[in-house]
Each structure stands twice: as structure tokens, then as C-alpha cells.
Design a binder for this molecule. Structure first.
Ligand SMILES: [Zn+2]
Length: 54
């Protein structure tokens, strides 16, 4: 499971991850190369963080 999130939705993304996966996720800043091409899971903003379990 991976969730891409903007600054606004990062707390929401973390909550969803914990609710669905039952464990606390790893949160990483997006790499520069990915930053401009991936949008937030919850809105149209550019994603700044990726939440995942790997
Ligand atoms: Zn967002």
C-alpha cells in the first residue's frame, strides 16, 4: 500500500494507513524526480510525501 499526499492531507493519509494496515507507516519525502509528476491521493495538489510500508 502506498499513499501519495500533499502537505494538507498528510495527517489524513497517516490516519487512513493506520486504520487500514494496523501499523504505523513509513513516511518519506518525494524524490525530486517524482515530485512534479505525482498528485495527492485526496486532491489535485502535487504530492510532497509518500506513505507506505516498505
Ligand atoms: Zn491533498
Amino acid at each position: 500500500m502506498k499513499i501519495y499526499s500533499c502537505e494538507t492531507h498528510i495527517n489524513h493519509a497517516l490516519d487512513i494507513f493506520v486504520a487500514e494496515q494496523g501499523s504505523f507507516p513509513i513516511m518519506e519525502s518525494m524524490l525530486d524526480g517524482e515530485k512534479l509528476s505525482t498528485s495527492c491521493t485526496y486532491c489535485e495538489e502535487v504530492a510532497l510525501y509518500v506513505v507506505g510500508n516498505e
